[in-house]
Design a protein around this ligand. Structure first.
Ligand code: ADP
Ligand code: MG
Length: 325
């Protein structure tokens, strides 16, 4: 296992907020502001995989897209190798930071061959030498991600889901990035294919010294991939810990519920499944106090009055809950 230095994050998100309002990208009809991300601070260490889990709609993709420079935050800042990202730095950073989507099918041009799709990032950035040299790089990349050279002449619709995701990963790798946001990269795939893609991602990380932000709603997959895990609820991080620590000793009642719901659970002692009451509140509702209190079996007076802050419970284990403060 890698032991990345805590002092030197590769990517740092500082108090990131993303609100969609009447003047934002919403439908334009009467609507309340959606607080998709509501004050997220995260450090991603070089060489690690930081897992990001939570229910659908809690803001994972928004965090990922902001970390990958695909989306502007409403508020907060992003640092890359300790340098704040400004408009000037953005263009060069685009190469260092890449994003892999859940289903690359929608983002792979159906009229271009796989070879053309993989060559494009090089051509646009005037990298990789002559056209002939670029084609050679494409063939080398196909080999690296486990596709035979003949696939260079195929189209996306001729590939299986697993092969398409290999191409999605290959495209992200063409510019030699150091940081990749993987947004539910195997959620659209059959379980047997999932394992192949996850193992490919691990091998590539080792070989190319990559740093991953790995987004998933599947706690088993996150356990398999991650060094550390951040748990999101309604736009905020509620717990952050070393992966084994998080699964063996979850502190936040929300994390406890998620972990207890994993089939053939991870906790040493026999654990009752905790069934969450109620629905995920809409992120446009302005809740006072703790955002989880409406579904929390342990909620007490203070939880309605005051929002808890993410604070250290033990070394490398942070939780945002009044039970521990
Ligand atoms: P996740 O990836 O965890 O499923 P998202 O980051 O996609 O969550 O979305 C978080 C919240 O932000 C959701 O309530 C979603 O509906 C809302 N949202 C995302 N994108 C937009 C947008 N362009 N306009 C308005 N609301 C959005
Ligand atoms: Mg998402």
């Amino acid at each position: 296992m890698r032991t990345p230095s805590a002092a030197e994050p590769l990517v740092e998100l500082l108090d990131i907020r993303k609100h969609y309002g009447k003047n934002g990208f919403g439908s334009g009809r009467e609507e309340k502001a959606v607080r998709a991300v509501d004050g997220v601070t995260l450090q991603i260490r070089p060489g690690e995989t930081l897992g990001l889990v939570g229910e659908s709609g809690c803001g994972k993709s928004t965090v990922g897209q902001i970390a990958a420079q695909l989306l502007e935050p409403t508020d907060g800042s992003i640092h890359y190798r300790h340098t704040p990202i400004g408009r000037e730095a953005r263009q060069t950073l685009r190469r260092q930071i890449q994003y892999v989507f859940q289903d690359p099918y929608t983002s792979l041009n159906p009229r271009h061959t796989i070879g053309q799709i993989l060559e494009q990032p090089l051509a646009i950035n005037r990298l990789g030498g002559s056209s002939k040299e670029r084609k050679q790089l494409v063939l080398e990349m196909l080999e690296k991600i486990g596709l035979e050279p003949r696939y260079a002449d195929s189209y996306a619709h001729q590939l299986s889901g697993g092969q398409r995701q290999r191409v999605g990963i290959a495209r992200a790798l063409m510019l030699n990035p150091s940081f990749i946001v993987l947004d539910e990269p195997v959620s659209a795939l059959d379980v047997s294919v999932q394992a192949q893609i996850l193992n490919l991602l691990k091998e590539l990380q080792e070989e190319l010294s990559l740093t991953y932000l790995f987004i998933s709603h599947d706690l088993k997959v996150v356990h398999y991939m991650s060094d550390r895990v951040a748990v999101m609820y309604l736009g905020r991080i509620v717990e952050l810990a070393d992966v084994e620590q998080l699964y063996e000793q979850p502190l936040h009642p929300y994390t406890q519920a998620l972990v207890s719901a994993i089939p053939q659970g991870f906790r040493k002692e026999k654990q009752q499944r905790i069934v969450l009451q109620g629905e995920l509140p809409s992120s446009s509702e302005r809740l006072t106090g703790c955002p989880f209190r409406t579904r929390c079996a342990h909620a007490f007076e203070r939880c309605a009055a005051e929002a808890p802050k993410l604070s250290a419970f033990a070394e490398d284990h942070y939780v945002s809950c009044h039970l521990y403060s």
